[in-house]
Ligand binder design. Structure first.
Ligand SMILES: Nc1ncnc2c1ncn2[C@@H]1O[C@H](COP(=O)(O)OP(=O)(O)OP(=O)(O)O)[C@@H](O)[C@H]1O
Ligand SMILES: [Mg+2]
Length: 276
């Protein structure tokens, strides 16, 4: 997987086969029904490729759901109601913003700026400002501990270890939340812009609903400190972080499987067309 899409078809298929095999043994089920989260706006050719890969990996039935739809269901939004909901899913590879009403996605935008890009921003900042090389894992830890979209009430700091770019030797430095806020600023403003753009493209009636109900953040990026506050300030709307934002997509997909008679209509595509 790279940037949220399949980069190596054979490896992906092996992985799926392995997972389906493990699940089958552990829970004593033969060929399972599988719900797959896909990016919104996937083409029909891509849909078929995903279906094919999952069926060949041993599924009995495959259902596709757009990830923002799954995230919204996982965040307990009532996606079937006629009023408007908006979900912002900030993952590793992509940020997806979707307005949902009557079980369908009305407007959506996707941006290839999300958690991985923020890690890279931190690597670059520390290289530039502190002359220190750090790896992606350290950068991710820094992001999780200090990453913020607006200054924190009390500045936080942590010590990290890297390689001095001049001497080539290991060196420890202390980084602060203020520095990391600076490092993330540009990418975070891109995320805020895509939310604003989506709101601008939202039909007015639905925008009025959203104004009242607020914007819901999901995905690991939702945990960046004060990101909810910044988006709220920039859009003049209430913003909420979903419970356990990292698990929204998988929980949403699970809810659909458990209640396919009622929720099946949100699926992009189903082998068994009666749910559409
Ligand atoms: N507490 C946290 N603060 C900030 N970022 C976090 C936190 N916890 C996890 N993340 C980041 O969230 C990202 C993973 O989120 P998530 O699991 O939603 O992505 P994904 O679904 O795998 O990716 P995509 O949706 O792009 O395919 C990683 O970049 C990770 O570093
Ligand atoms: Mg995701």
């Amino acid at each position: 997987m790279k940037d949220g899409v399949i980069a190596d078809f054979t490896a992906t298929q092996l992985m799926l086969k392995n997972i389906i095999g493990k699940v089958g043994k552990r829970y004593n089920i033969g060929r399972p029904r599988v719900v797959v989260g896909v990016p919104s706006g996937i083409t029909e050719v891509e849909e078929r490729a995903v279906e094919e890969a999952v069926m060949q990996a041993g599924a009995r039935e495959v259902y596709l759901i757009e990830e923002p739809m799954a995230a919204a269901i996982g965040a307990s939004l009532d996606v079937g109601e006629p009023s408007g909901n908006i979900i912002v899913d900030i993952g590793g590879g992509t940020t997806e913003v979707a307005v949902i009403s009557l079980g369908g996605i009305v407007v959506s935008h996707s941006l290839r700026v999300a958690g991985d890009e923020l890690d890279e921003d931190i690597v670059n900042y520390i290289k530039r400002e502190l002359n220190l090389a750090i790896g992606a894992t350290t950068a991710e830890q820094v992001k999780i501990q200090l990453g913020c979209a607006m200054p924190l009430m009390t500045e936080m700091s942590m010590e990290i270890r890297g390689r001095d770019l001049t001497t080539g030797l290991p060196r420890n430095v202390t980084v602060t939340s203020t520095q990391i806020e600076e490092a993330l600023k540009e990418s975070i403003s891109k995320i805020v812009e895509i939310v604003k753009l989506t709101l601008e493209k939202t039909p007015p009636e639905l925008a009025a609903d959203i104004m009242e109900k607020g914007i819901v953040l999901a995905g690991g990026g939702a945990l960046i400190k004060n990101l909810d506050k910044l988006i709220s300030q920039e859009t003049d709307m209430p913003v909420y972080v979903a419970d356990e934002p990292l698990d929204c997509v998988v929980r949403g997909a699970g809810k659909v499987l458990e209640d396919i008679e009622r929720l099946g209509r949100v699926l992009v595509n189903a082998r068994n067309k009666k749910y559409r």
